[in-house]
Design a protein around this ligand. Structure first.
Ligand code: 5AD
Ligand code: SF4
Length: 461
């Protein structure tokens, strides 16, 4: 939709530009922010130059995330010089984490709000504009705020995200999330089901990803995560459900039974490993050993045929020896993940590790370990994808291929990306959000190529 205020400079005060850093939960939170300010008459604009209010929704999880935001704020300083009425706010984990320290850095920031304080936005913007307040920082964590009454419709084509719980009580020793997002709290099953129904009925969404820092801790009035999935399956007509992320230490196996039985519940699990060494896992306060993790993975794969598995891994954590790192390499060889997000450890404010464990693996060693790990995982991804050539899958079309207008980008239930040609007699637009049966004809480490076998459920609505 074309923003109205592009032609109406008088409305610039009510024009909003939000930039999102970090995880999918932040994407969702930016949607919350847009709906809170939308109620006040704000409209989104595509560039900061057009906006009266610029918001950066930030992430604090790793070093690079911080740096990116500092650089971006410096780059936005000229807009404030040109128009001092422009309001710039920093939201999210970095605001929560740095608080007033950010004001001391000489960056063009009028206010900061932590993840539990977004309802304050209209008042804060108004007070800054009226001159009643300056340099506002509100970073009060809440035990109950879930924004359950807001339905932000965070939709990208036929896909959408829904946050089902906020915060984390796990306190892994490397992780800042419990300090920036606060304690665990879950939304009501009813509000989640109604949000999914709204996404299906009003926005044509086919696939929803349920988000939480630790979805196995979902609890609402005696109901567990698996009960939530059952309710969504029963009470909505969403075609596909995904979720991220669970924690390996209290993983509900019942969930895998449901996944095996129910084709709408996609056969993919993102199961963060962090390290393949039990000693490192203990220092990380992860509450499981290498053996526990491998046992869980075996059980899952036995229960769900064709299960896609991805993970997160950190290298160079405090005290990680060469032998401990090699345990991570050997676990990765054994686990044969489809995909992995791999990071080098960066010390974070407030965490147990920062306070108690020396960050003593040299930076070049961290980098070298990361490269070695990426090399192993890339080889495994390649080999696993090559094994799929000749097999058939039902794939949901998400968009056009980035490389060619004549090809479509789709995904299997197990979360593999499949590129295939626009079927004859169809336009790419008409294929969006539809499911097709494809046979895999080629592969690389990141994607599969396919050819159409036959459309599944050819009816378009
Ligand atoms: N350093 C490096 N990686 C981290 N992660 C979380 N905290 C840190 C840190 N301090 C990674 C973990 C987590 C993912 C979201 O980010 O692997 O699962
Ligand atoms: Fe961070 Fe651990 Fe919570 Fe994940 S489970 S958000 S790594 S503290």
């Amino acid at each position: 939709m074309k923003p109205l205020h592009a032609e109406k400079p008088a409305a610039a005060a009510l024009s909003l530009y939000v930039e999102t850093y970090g995880c999918q939960m932040n994407e969702y939170d930016s949607g919350l922010v847009c709906s809170i300010l939308g109620e006040e008459g704000f409209d989104s604009v595509p560039t900061p130059e057009q906006a009266g209010v610029i918001l950066l929704n930030t992430c604090a999880i790793r070093e690079k995330a911080h740096e990116k935001v500092f650089n971006r704020l410096s780059a936005l300083a000229h807009l404030k010089r040109r128009n001092p009425g422009t309001v710039i706010g920093v939201l999210g984990c970095m605001a929560q984490n740095l608080g007033d320290d950010l004001f001391a850095m000489g960056l063009p920031v009028d206010f900061m709000l932590g993840p539990d304080n977004y309802r304050e936005l209209p008042r804060v913007i108004q007070n800054i504009r009226s001159g009643a307040e300056a340099g506002i920082s509100i970073t009060q964590l809440s035990r109950s705020e879930t924004y359950a009454d807001l339905a932000p419709r965070v939709v990208s084509g036929c896909l959408a995200f829904v946050t089902i719980m906020r915060g984390c009580d796990n306190f892994c020793s490397f992780c800042v999330v419990p300090y920036t997002r606060g304690r665990e709290r879950s939304r009501s099953v009813e509000s989640i089901v109604s949000e999914v129904n709204d996404l299906v009925e009003s926005a044509g969404v086919k696939e929803v990803t349920l988000l939480g820092q630790n979805v196995n801790s979902f609890r609402f009035e005696g109901l567990y995560f698996v009960d939530l999935i059952r309710s969504i399956l029963r009470e909505t007509s969403i075609e596909r459900i995904r979720f991220t992320s669970p924690h390996p230490h209290d993983f509900p196996e019942e969930l895998m039974e449901l996944m095996a039985a129910e084709p709408r519940f996609c056969s993919h699990v993102h199961l963060p490993l962090q390290s393949g060494s039990s000693a490192v896992l203990e220092r990380m306060r992860r509450d499981y050993t290498r053996e526990d993790y491998l046992r869980l993975l075996r059980t899952m794969r036995n229960m769900v045929p064709d299960l896609g598995v991805s993970t997160d891994i950190i290298v160079g954590f405090c005290g990680e020896s060469e032998a401990e790192f090699e345990e991570t390499l050997s676990l990765v060889e054994e686990a044969r993940y489809d995909m992995a997000f791999m990071f080098r450890y960066s010390e974070r404010e407030l965490t147990y590790a920062r306070k108690n464990l020396p960050d003593d693996v040299a930076e070049p060693v961290k980098l070298q370990r990361l490269e070695r790990l990426i090399e192993v995982q890339t080889r495994i991804s390649q080999a696993k994808n090559a094994d799929l050539v000749g097999k058939s899958y039902a794939v949901l079309v998400e968009g056009r291929s980035r490389r060619s207008a004549l090809e479509l980008m789709s995904r299997t239930a197990s979360n593999k990306v499949v590129i295939f040609p626009v079927p004859e007699g169809e336009s790419p637009e008409a294929c969006m959000g539809r499911t097709f049966e494809v046979v895999i004809t080629g592969s690389s480490a990141a994607t599969l190529r396919g050819e159409l076998r036959q459309p599944v459920g050819a009816a378009r609505d």
